[in-house]
Every structure is written in C-alpha cells, then in structure tokens.
Design a protein around this ligand. Structure first.
Ligand code: PMV
Length: 323
C-alpha cells in the first residue's frame, strides 16, 4: 500500500448558493447549488499515513495548525480503509496574499483525494464528491472542473456534485475583488447557516427560490446564455445575503467596499461589459465576466475604494492526484 499521496484542487464560487443544511451529519444540503471552478485559487495537499504518529498533524501554509476538522475527516477515510494509522497532512493554499476566500472547498476536495489514494481506498468521482461533502458542503463541487451542479437528493447517497458541460465554459472568467485586505470572516458559514435557518423570516422563501434558480441556471448553461446566467447569479447571491441580513441578530458580510464594487459592476454592465457580481460568507465580490471583458472589469474594480486587490481567474479543472 502506498502510504502517501498528493492532490491539488481548485476552489469554486457558487452561482446558485448552497446556504442551508438538512438536519443530521455529513453536510447534507437543504437544496442543490451550482458553481464555477477557479484556476487562480488552488490548494495542494500531501497526506502521509505514518504508523509512528500518535495523532494527526496538520501543517497549513508552512505553519502547524489545529487538526480537529482534519482528524474528523480522516476518521471517515480510516474507517473505509479499515486502518487506525494517524497521518501527517501538509497543505498549501496558492491563493492571493489576502485571506478570506473560499479555501474549505479546495481544501477538503484535495484532502479527500489525497487521503483516499494514500489509504488505498478506491472511489468513483461521484463517491469522492460525497466524501468531500462531509468535510465541507462546497468541497463536493471542487472534485470537478468547470461548471458543476450539486444535487441535494432525497437521500444521503443522492447528495453529490457533477460537472455540467456548457458552450460558455471556454469563454467565462471570474474577477475576484478582495475587499478590506481579506480580514478574517466574521461568521463561519457553518454557524451562519444554522443561525439563518433558525431565525431568519426570509429563510423559507430562500429555500423556495433555490430550485427555480437552479433549473434556470442549468438551462442558461445548456443554451450558452451568459446574460441569463449572470443575472441569475447576481440575484441569487443577493437573495442569500437578504436571508442572512434578516436573521436576528443580523449577519451582514458586506463592507462599504462590497456595495461600491457592486455599483461598479452595474456601471460596467451599463457600459456594455459582461459583469455580474456574487458574494459568499465574506465581503469580497467575485464578478462573472468573459475573457474579452475581464481586463476592463478588473481595472474598474481596482479603482473602487475598499478594493485592496483584484485578480482574474480562468476556469479550473477537477481534482488531480499524484503519488
Ligand atoms: O462549504 P461551506 O460550509 O464553506 O459553505 C459554503 C457556503 C457559501 O460559500 C456561502 C455558498 C456556496 O455555495 O459556496
């Protein structure tokens, strides 16, 4: 058995958000979601099962880090492999200098792929997607490249992601506008989802909206209709944040720079550019655009007060494993 393996995975940004879980373990999503993989945000992870270790050890970007969530995840892999051996996990995020961008998706996708290979557990891509989901809901989507749809399904076995082919895939880019220097996020997505589900009067409306947006986004992808996709993505992100803002007490991820960046996105559109914004559990604005318009979009966002960094990302690939 090879006791060590490495994997690299790209982060993804949801165009129809995962925002709410079903009860129970394993990050079962309340509804589906749809995302785009980004090649500018990559995590590389090496897992080595080592009989000499008394506990799992995590090194994150060159420094020792708390391994609690890694151990919980590796326990799932160990139980499938029938082993008890502890592991050393060395992981590096090739992300912009500012933190606060979605790294749990690429992190758990890379960990799932490297740990299963190192433990000699053979899984289909779909089964790997389900496993990655147990680490972080969005990680199920980072097993695949391009546009990816996560299914919620009625049962645990149905909650996996799969890639969606689209004529848009070669054309799209995402411009990432880091707001406020990437200060640590105020509310982790896990706790925030629970709090919003428990207290927001808009949560039920959000859950009713998602299946409709998903079907419309999927149709837009198949038809190659970028305008329809972009409009849906921006509206869906605003609806997700509306549910969070309406929670009691409120969860407000935005900073002034977030709203200024969204205004710039609207101006870019009015000037004829392809540009639609989306935000996750943080203040940053990610703008769906095209290869043709990406430079103009990035230049306009760089000029926005509160934007501390911009980056243009191409479309990412699925997870890759090496020995
Ligand atoms: O996978 P998690 O638990 O980090 O949740 C991700 C939640 C959002 O980024 C806000 C939305 C999404 O679909 O990625």
């Amino acid at each position: 058995m090879s006791a060590t393996a490495s994997a690299r995975a790209c982060a993804n940004i949801a165009l129809v958000k995962y925002w709410g879980k079903r009860p129970g373990p394993g990050n079962l999503p309340a509804e589906g979601s749809l995302s785009l993989a980004l090649d500018a945000l990559v995590t590389e992870t090496r897992v080595t099962f080592d009989a000499g270790l008394a506990s799992d050890a995590l090194e994150l970007d060159g420094a020792p880090a708390d391994a609690t969530r890694v151990t919980e995840f590796l326990d799932l892999v160990r139980s499938r492999a029938g082993i008890a051996t502890r592991a050393s996990v060395i992981t590096r995020n090739h992300f912009p200098t500012a933190s606060g961008l979605a790294s749990s998706a690429s992190g758990f996708a890379a960990l799932a792929a490297a740990a299963t290979r190192a433990a000699n557990v053979e899984l289909s891509p779909r089964a790997l997607s389900r496993l990655a989901r147990a680490g972080s809901g969005s990680a199920a989507r980072s097993i695949f490249g391009g546009f990816v749809r996560m299914h919620a399904g009625p049962r645990d076995d149905d909650a996996y992601a799969e890639p969606i082919g689209s004529p848009l895939t070669p054309r799209v880019r995402m411009v990432i506008a880091v707001i406020g220097g990437g200060v640590p996020k105020t509310h982790g997505s896990r706790d925030a989802m629970e709090h919003v589900a428990a207290t927001s009067p808009l949560y039920d409306a959000w859950l009713e909206l998602v299946p409709l947006d998903l079907e419309a986004a999927h149709a837009a992808l198949e038809q190659g209709n970028l305008t329809a996709l972009g409009e849906l993505a921006e509206a869906n992100a605003l609806a997700m944040h509306a549910s969070a803002i309406a929670a009691r007490p409120a969860i407000i991820y935005w900073q002034p720079g977030t709203l200024a960046a969204l205004a710039a996105v609207r101006e870019l559109r009015a000037a004829g550019n392809a540009a639609w914004g989306t935000m996750d559990a943080g203040p940053h604005v990610k703008v769906l655009t095209t290869a043709d318009d990406a430079d103009a979009v990035a230049a306009a966002l760089r000029a926005v007060p509160g934007v501390t960094e911009t980056m243009i990302s191409g479309v990412g690939t699925g997870v890759e494993v090496s020995a």
